[in-house]
Design a binder for this molecule. Structure first.
Ligand code: SF4
Ligand code: SF4
Length: 433
């Protein structure tokens, strides 16, 4: 694509990067074919190619975002299916990040929308605050019929109960056997509050295989939620803090990896090096790159770095397991085969979901902010799941678990919960038969 940035504009490293991305696009439109919002809305500006043009126009002409542009940028799920499809290797991931930052800097959203986004940006990364809001919501739940539709749509996602972790609140979990490796585990923010069993299973399977697990208590959120809202300043504050903390631990403990069991967060951690590529402190840039290098999805690590000891469970039933490949995992991190390899080793029948490259509509805060599109994507996903008639659905992202569970009563688990069970852990409570 031809670009017309002025020389002085290209002195801005952010513009410079986006210009290089834009120049790779050959307008072929192949990305539209796998874009969920293009499929649903059928409008050029609701697909990646259209969004690329909108971002180019804003940046090239130094224009503020308008209501219309903001709508089309906001409708993007950041599912990155277009990234996988694009034959020219257009780095849409970083272009849309720049687009979102530009929108946030130049467009004043209507009061209600602005307030809602600010509230979500404060509550979601803070598990204790999230739980408090959950308890308050439960008190007012009977009166929700009086609330605006947007609030009702959001409250649907708020759990009625908050289970507790079955493990002690340790900073280090040591294996009973000889330590073969040391890792840090990101325990997440919303995940920790609503599904502590995912971290419990992760810690159990790792320690059972000789891995010492370190949890940094003061790391609350990876910065992903605010980063994808274009809230650069608050995201960067969180990320800078995390980089310094993890790097300190890496040097002290000689960590082999930083494991993430929420693939949306993993995509962002793997991008820390890029996000801080222009940081004035070269030592900090190096640390950011190191954290990205150390980051691995837990299934990526379990598949590649250790030999899991699968055992026969007392349960003789062979389940039909539908594997839902979270977008952030398959498109954002290109981790797809590894969890399927591992699940196959459990001896169950593993099936990929038809049209599995299409998002379920979860996408961070997307199902809260763009509920109609998210609902349509959920319906499509559930219909595709039904085609393979599974007993269980497995996936690697808590957001997808929550979203898909809104559309089906089929038990849905994190991949690591199944792996933990089939390597000597407890049967997950949600599997009744
Ligand atoms: S597929 Fe790639 S090159 Fe083609 S229009 Fe989309 S982004 Fe541009
Ligand atoms: S990230 Fe997903 S929703 Fe956004 S343009 Fe690409 S394919 Fe479409």
């Amino acid at each position: 694509m031809q670009t017309n940035f002025k020389k002085n504009q290209l002195l801005d490293p952010e513009i410079n990067t986006s210009e290089q991305i834009l120049r790779k696009c050959v307008h072929c439109g192949m990305c539209n074919a796998t874009c969920p919002t293009y499929q649903i809305l059928g409008d050029e500006l609701s697909g990646p190619r259209g969004r690329i043009y909108l971002i180019k126009d804003m940046l090239e002409n130094n224009k503020p975002a308008t209501e219309k542009i903001t709508k089309h940028i906001d409708q993007c799920l950041s599912c990155y299916a277009c990234l996988t499809t694009c034959p020219a290797g257009v780095d849409y991931l970083h272009l849309i990040d720049h687009g979102r930052n530009h929108v946030e800097r130049t467009y004043k959203r209507p009061f209600f929308q602005r307030t809602l986004r600010n509230i979500l940006a404060i509550i979601l990364p803070n598990p204790n605050l999230f739980k408090l809001v959950g308890f308050i919501t439960n008190i007012f739940r009977p009166l929700m019929f009086l609330a605006p539709k947007k609030i009702k749509d959001m409250v649907k996602f708020m759990p009625k109960t908050f289970p507790s972790s079955k493990l002690p609140n340790n900073s280090v979990f040591k294996p009973k056997s000889k330590v073969v490796s040391k890792v840090a585990l990101l325990t997440g923010c919303v995940q920790k509050a609503i599904s502590p069993e995912i971290n419990d299973s992760s810690i159990n399977i790792l320690t059972r295989h000789g891995i010492e697990v370190h949890i940094l208590k003061d790391i609350r959120c990876c910065g992903s939620l605010t980063h994808h809202m274009g809230k650069e300043e608050s995201a960067h504050k969180l990320i800078e803090f995390n980089i310094l903390k993890w790097h300190e631990l890496y040097e002290k403990e000689n960590l082999d990896a930083i494991l993430v069991n929420t693939s949306g967060c993993g995509t962002t951690l793997k991008d820390y090096g890029f996000i801080f590529r222009n940081h004035p402190d070269s030592k900090f840039r190096k640390k950011a790159r190191m954290i990205s290098k150390l980051c691995k999805d837990i299934t990526e690590y379990l598949d590649q770095s250790i030999k899991l000891n699968f055992i026969e469970t007392s349960n003789k039933k062979k389940y039909r397991v539908a594997y839902h490949s979270a977008c952030s995992m398959q498109h954002g991190q290109k981790v797809h085969e590894q969890p399927i390899n591992l699940l196959n080793k459990t001896g169950n029948h593993i099936y990929e979901i038809p049209d599995g490259h299409i998002c379920c509509g979860s996408a961070g805060t997307y199902n809260l902010m763009q509920s109609e599109i998210a609902e349509e994507l959920l319906n499509r996903k559930v219909n595709n799941i039904k085609k393979i008639n599974p007993d269980i659905i497995a996936t690697g992202n808590v957001g997808c678990i929550k979203q898909i569970s809104m559309g089906t009563s089929i038990p849905i688990l994190h991949t690591v919960e199944l792996l933990d069970w089939y390597t000597g852990g407890k049967k997950p409570e949600s599997i009744k038969v």
